[in-house]
Design a protein around this ligand. Structure first.
Ligand SMILES: CC(C)(COP(=O)(O)OP(=O)(O)OC[C@H]1O[C@@H](n2cnc3c(N)ncnc32)[C@H](O)[C@@H]1OP(=O)(O)O)[C@@H](O)C(=O)NCCC(=O)NCCS
Length: 215
């Protein structure tokens, strides 16, 4: 069965999601799983629109174009920044379209994991076991999420970062590229972990930490 999907965002994340969908379709034994109808974007740059069109996918206009879609069309939220992703999701929920869950064929979601709609897992992302993932969680290339973790809505785990077991990352947390979060820690809502950081103690909400050990 092929499901139609509109990608929200012509930026890097939106175009990466297009690549994930293409990989899924190429490897689906029963034919393509997704048909991408186009991109929508409320703040498109000329260069991003051109890059999106080079993928042979039309640019449909601003997100209000979603109102013209039948209720079976899914949306894939290609907005990399967690807070902007939350704001975009809340803005487009009025159209009542389901969120697409996009898991690259080279991503691995282990046994007994639970995830809400809108999960995006890029190639090489690994989630081990008994992990709970909220709405529109983005797991980028080659990141690892260990056993018994809970990631809230709109969390982004960026490439090559590692979240150890029993961690809790609250809604809107951004984990920078190649960062590590040690086991059993809590990272508060909307906190940012800098690229390359090693988090060794709990991080309060809405704070930015960086470095090794992260401060
Ligand atoms: C930590 C971070 C959020 C700070 O952003 P910012 O507030 O705009 O910081 P600035 O660029 O103004 O830098 C402020 C200082 O922190 C330092 N710094 C910035 N990022 C750092 C990092 N990740 N680790 C260590 N130091 C860092 C800068 O060198 C600068 O130091 P200085 O004051 O001695 O010159 C950001 O640099 C970062 O790491 N973001 C994650 C990016 C990422 O992983 N993106 C994923 C894309 S897929």
């Amino acid at each position: 069965m092929t499901t139609e999907v509109v990608i929200v965002g012509t930026g890097g994340m939106g175009r990466e999601i297009f690549g994930m969908i293409r990989a899924i379709n190429t490897r689906a034994p029963a034919g393509p799983s997704w048909r991408v109808l186009g991109f929508v974007d409320d703040y498109p740059t000329e260069s991003n629109v051109k890059l999106a069109q080079r993928l042979d996918v039309p640019f449909l206009g601003p997100t209000r174009e979603l109102a013209a879609q039948p209720p079976t069309t899914h949306v894939a939220l290609g907005v990399g920044d967690p807070r902007r992703r939350r704001e975009t999701d809340l803005r487009i929920q009025r159209y009542g379209l389901p969120a697409a869950t996009i898991v690259h064929p080279n991503a691995e979601i282990g046994p007994d994991c639970v995830f809400a709609e809108g999960l995006v897992a890029a190639g090489g992302a690994r989630v081990t076991t008994n992990v709970t993932l909220g709405r529109h969680v983005h797991l980028n290339q080659n990141c690892a999420v260990g056993h018994d973790c809970t990631l809230g809505d709109y969390v982004s785990v960026n490439p090559l970062s590692a979240i150890s077991g029993y961690c809790r990352l609250d809604e809107g947390v951004m984990v920078g590229t190649t960062a590590a979060v040690l086991q059993s820690l809590t990272v508060g809502r909307d906190a940012t972990i800098g690229a390359g950081a090693c988090v060794v103690r709990d991080v309060p909400e809405a704070t930015v930490v960086k470095g090794v050990p992260a401060r």
